[in-house]
Design a protein around this ligand. Structure first.
Ligand code: SF4
Ligand code: ZN
Ligand code: ZN
Length: 301
C-alpha cells in the first residue's frame, strides 16, 4: 500500500485525478484546502459573505455544506420541496437531520405553497417537466436569496456534472449556455451571485469526503428522472476519463481558460430575448408575467 504524501503513514485513499495517496486526516485537510483554493481562484466569495447553500439531501450539497462549515464560512441552507411524494419527504428529512447535526439553519421553500403546483402536477401536463423543474428551482433559489439578502447562492455541481454538461452543450452548440458556463456568475439585473465551489472535485472525491465525515446522504435519484440524454454524455465522459485519465479536468479547465472568454464577450447576442423584470413578483425574466407567475395564475384558474 502506498504511503500518505504528507505524513508517510499508510495511505487510506488514492486520488487518481491528482495521483495523490493520502491518509484519512490528510484527505480531509486536502479536500477542504482545495475547496478554499477553488473559492479564491474564481473569486467566488469572501470569508465575510452571507452564503446560501442549496441543499438537496444528496452527497454533493451536504458535503459542500459540511466543508464550508469546517472552514468557518457563514452559511445557511435552503431546501426546495418539489412535492415529489416520498422522494421529497425523505430528502427533506435527511437534509433537516444534517442541518441539526451541524447546528445550522435550513430553510424550506415549498413549491406547492409558493405556486399552487408540484412537479408531479407539471409532469401530468408536459413532457418538458424536467427543464421546467430546473428553471423553477433557479427561480425559487434566486427569489429566496434576494429577499433574505444573501450575498451568494452556492450549489453542489461537481466536475463530472460540469464536464458532461459542457460536452452536451458543445455537441449541440448551445451558445447561450456556453456563454454563461462559468463556476461563478456575478450579481446584477435582479440575480444574486451564484457559485459552484465543487466544480474541480470529482464525484468520487466528494463521496469519499462525505463517507469519511459520516454524512448520511440520500443515494436515490429523483424517481421522475427520465433516461436523459444527459446521462449519455456523462457515460461518454466517464469512458474518455477511463481511457485518458485527466480528460475531464482538462476539457473543463481549458474551456474556462481558452473558450469561455470568447463566447462570454458576445453573451447578449446569444440570448434569445432581452431580460426584463416581472411586474408581479419582481424577479428577472424574459417576459412579464414571468413563467412562474403564469403557472400560479393557471393553478388558480
Ligand atoms: Fe426535477 Fe426530478 Fe427532473 Fe431533477 S429529475 S429536474 S428533480 S423532476
Ligand atoms: Zn497523512
Ligand atoms: Zn413573476
Amino acid at each position: 500500500m502506498a504511503r500518505c504524501r504528507k505524513c508517510r503513514k499508510k495511505a487510506d485513499i488514492f486520488i487518481p485525478h491528482h495521483r495523490l495517496p493520502l491518509c484519512d486526516a490528510h484527505f480531509k485537510e486536502w479536500f477542504e484546502e482545495y475547496l478554499e483554493r477553488t473559492i479564491k481562484k474564481f473569486k467566488m466569495f469572501p470569508k465575510t459573505a452571507k452564503v446560501l447553500v442549496a441543499i438537496s439531501g444528496g452527497k454533493d450539497s451536504l458535503a459542500l455544506w459540511q466543508a464550508l462549515t469546517n472552514l468557518g464560512f457563514d452559511t445557511e441552507g435552503v431546501f426546495i420541496d418539489l412535492g415529489i411524494e416520498d422522494f421529497s419527504i425523505i430528502s427533506r428529512r435527511v437534509s433537516e437531520n444534517f442541518a441539526e447535526n451541524i447546528g445550522k439553519t435550513l430553510h424550506v421553500v415549498s413549491l406547492k405553497k409558493e405556486t399552487g403546483i408540484s412537479i408531479p402536477d407539471l409532469k401530468a401536463r408536459t413532457q418538458k417537466y424536467c427543464s421546467l423543474c430546473g428553471s423553477i428551482k433557479r427561480y425559487l433559489l434566486n427569489r429566496f436569496a434576494r429577499l433574505n439578502k444573501f450575498d451568494v447562492i452556492v450549489t453542489g455541481h461537481n466536475l463530472d456534472d460540469e464536464a458532461s454538461s459542457l460536452l452536451g452543450n458543445t455537441i449541440n452548440w448551445h451558445l447561450k449556455y456556453l456563454a454563461r458556463k462559468y463556476p461563478v456568475l456575478p450579481e446584477g439585473n435582479g440575480f444574486v451571485k451564484k457559485a459552484k465551489p465543487l466544480c474541480r472535485f470529482t464525484s468520487f472525491e466528494i463521496k469519499e469526503y462525505a463517507r469519511r465525515q459520516n454524512i448520511e446522504f440520500l443515494e436515490e435519484r429523483c424517481p421522475l428522472s427520465p433516461e436523459a440524454t444527459r446521462l449519455v454524455y456523462a457515460e461518454i465522459m466517464d469512458e474518455l476519463e477511463k481511457r485518458m485519465p485527466g480528460t475531464k479536468i482538462r476539457f473543463y479547465m481549458d474551456y474556462l481558460r481558452k473558450v469561455y472568454p470568447i463566447f462570454n464577450e458576445r453573451v447578449e447576442e446569444f440570448l434569445e430575448k432581452p431580460l426584463t423584470t416581472c411586474e408581479f413578483c419582481g424577479e428577472p425574466s424574459v417576459s412579464s408575467p414571468c413563467f412562474v407567475c403564469k403557472l400560479k395564475a393557471e393553478a388558480k384558474a
